[in-house]
Design a protein around this ligand. Sequence first.
Ligand SMILES: O=C(O)[C@H](O)[C@@H](O)[C@H](O)[C@H](O)COP(=O)(O)O
Length: 264
Amino acid sequence: MTATDGPGRLAVVHPDAATLAAATAARLLLRLLDGQATHRPLHVGLTGGTVGIRTLREMAASPLRDAVDWTGVHLWWGDERFLPSGHPDRNETQAREALLDALPVPVGNVHAMPAADAPGISTPEDSAAAYAAELARFAGEAPGDDAGPAVPSFDVLLLGMGPDGHVASLFPGHEALEVVDRTVVGVHGSPKPPPERVSLTWPAIEAAREVWLVVAGADKAEAAARGLAGDDVTRTPAAGALGRRRTLWLLDVQAASEVPTADG
Ligand SMILES: O=C(O)[C@H](O)[C@@H](O)[C@H](O)[C@H](O)COP(=O)(O)O
């Protein structure tokens, strides 16, 4: 495992995707344990995608999971596919199956983005507006929250990254990248199916104390190198994923293969 530094970004490289998921799971569980020693509740943003869900499975399998007081943890999502409740492709469905169903986390602490068949929801914009209101209900709750956007300060926001450098459902060249007057946006025409999604916007992402990007696979190498180098966000959205206190890139060797290492 090697570490490299970018401007305000720390990259930690793991031998393979399995080790990356296991290490990220342990890192997050320990981060929750440490965080609960200083403040409650904690707010964590989850991500979809293969590595994101694999990380949740590793959390479910870890003995550390039972050391966390889940009554003091609120779980959110960085994005969601705009599909009916329970649809197997929803990030929420996959997260519940991978981890949440095994945790004693109170129902009210799990904040899913409203599904396409939820009452009063007809469009991704409806879901985005409802989620923004839910986030606002918890804004300023954690100590140290500044007067930023109406969201809780995520202690950790997990993000996956696509081969095109997208994070959450903010895709290269997409108009959602320009939305800064809202914390959640409806997305249409997503190049990654399904086409309709709901995503946090930059103000919500940037309010996070820590942003962790969890990225594996050779197909991500070019975008990871651009993201870590601080590329133009329109071309490589991952470059804009910065936490207020810490930005961690957690990679496997394949995804890091084009990233300059600390020793050159
Ligand atoms: O809803 C989604 O699809 C995810 O939130 C998305 O942002 C994902 O994290 C990346 O596309 C990486 O996905 P993979 O890890 O499967 O490549």
